[in-house]
Design a protein around this ligand. Structure first.
Ligand code: PMP
Length: 371
């Protein structure tokens, strides 16, 4: 990192924390892996076939920057049916990450503040730094609920964007309709751009997802197929929001990512026809298994969505606890990677039940053992 060619902005963030866990993990023979941020099921067969068919029928060239009509029009119809906003336009992106990059580059001026709820998805603060913005954290411990007064107190005349994520990575927390509405209305009242990351919307277990776009028609929604259909490697996401904002983001996509891969877009169009309810129900059962297994020994909030749970380390810092866990063969991620606090750790329960049971047993043993 000390090479003379490297630009100053690269010093604004690092990824050493997560690399350390993966380095430790690489030395393990048969780890109990609860660290993976992707579903443990495969891409649905019809989606795989649609990609193969697209490749064989020579759909391999550049896609339209805003997305192939086969996918974009289907998404637009779904979005229109859900929101019914006159001015809500859809475009396809290079993964949800691509949509986040486009959103921040398009919205944030140097010196602008971006509100991020803590704990947060690991990518948010580095993305804000990259565009010269300042991340302003709003703490949501200990229950990961959004306190609207805390949010209001964090706003300043420089606040440009609120980054909202429900169901959330790394906590699995799902904002209630009242919370989503309060955030949506506050953003509208103060003229702040609201970006809603809904990548986990398929995996909502106890109530339907409340998108803030329901109460704020200017909300910019980013979403994608990585989690819903296990297509993490295919790089297809999408975004929707006010047409003029989306047009700016598409303009930027033209000069950066160019387009999402064309065969993957045909496959994603097929994915929209595949019901994922069985997978959602299986994750709900795993959520219950892991929560019930841990709650006697750990301070843990029952997650409402995604496939993560974020318990408090029973002793020491999260870093110390996770290092011990990893040495004992259990791969989890220390919370300091997703938070200003080094107190909790992330478990991904996108794993088979046997692995989950082994993980619960090992973690509870460690908790009992103490530092
Ligand atoms: N947002 C959140 C909250 C995520 O957890 C992830 C993936 N871990 C992404 C966005 C990015 O997803 P992708 O780029 O694969 O679509």
């Amino acid at each position: 990192m000390s090479h003379p060619w490297i630009a100053d902005r690269m010093r604004l963030f690092d990824s050493s924390g997560i690399r350390k866990v993966f380095d430790l993990a690489a030395q393990l023979k048969d780890p109990i892996n609860l660290s993976i941020g992707q579903p443990d099921f495969d891409v649905p067969a019809s989606v795989q076939q649609a990609a193969v068919d697209a490749i064989h029928s020579r759909k391999n060239g550049y896609a339209l920057t805003q997305g192939m009509p086969v996918l974009r029009e289907k998404l637009q119809a779904l979005v229109d049916a859900e929101h019914g906003h006159a001015d809500r336009k859809v475009a396809v992106t290079s993964g949800t990450s691509g949509a986040l990059v486009l959103a921040l580059w398009s919205l944030v001026n140097p010196g602008d503040e971006v509100i991020v709820f803590d704990p947060y998805f690991v990518m948010y603060p580095p993305l804000v730094s990259m565009v010269g913005g300042a991340t302003v954290l709003v703490d949501t411990y200990p229950d990961f609920r959004i306190d609207i007064d805390r949010l209001r107190a964090a706003l300043s005349p420089r606040t440009k964007v609120i980054l909202f994520n429900s169901p959330a990575n790394p906590t699995g927390a799902m904002a209630s309709a009242a919370e989503a509405r309060a955030v949506a209305e506050l953003a509208a009242e103060r003229g702040i751009a609201l970006v809603s990351d809904e990548i986990y919307r398929t995996f909502a277990y106890d109530e339907p997802l409340a998108s803030p776009a329901k109460w704020n028609p200017d909300t910019i929604v980013v979403d994608g197929f990585s989690k819903s259909h296990a297509m993490t490697g295919w790089r297809v996401g999408f975004m929707h929001g006010p047409a003029t904002v989306i047009d700016e983001m598409v303009k930027l996509q033209q000069y950066t990512f160019v387009c999402a891969p064309q065969p993957a877009q045909w496959a994603a169009a097929a994915a929209l026809d595949v019901p994922m309810d069985e997978h959602r129900d299986a994750f709900r059962r795993k959520r219950d298994l892991i929560y019930e297994g841990l709650r006697g020994m750990f301070e843990v909030v029952k997650p409402g969505g995604a496939f993560y749970v974020f318990p408090k380390a029973p002793w020491g810092t999260a870093t110390a606890f996770v290092e011990r866990a990893v040495r004992d063969g259990v791969l989890v991620i220390p919370g300091g990677i997703f938070s200003a606090r080094d107190t909790h750790f992330r478990i991904s329960y996108a794993a088979d039940e046997r692995t989950l049971e082994r993980g619960i047993e090992a973690l509870c043993r460690l908790a009992r053992a103490g530092a």
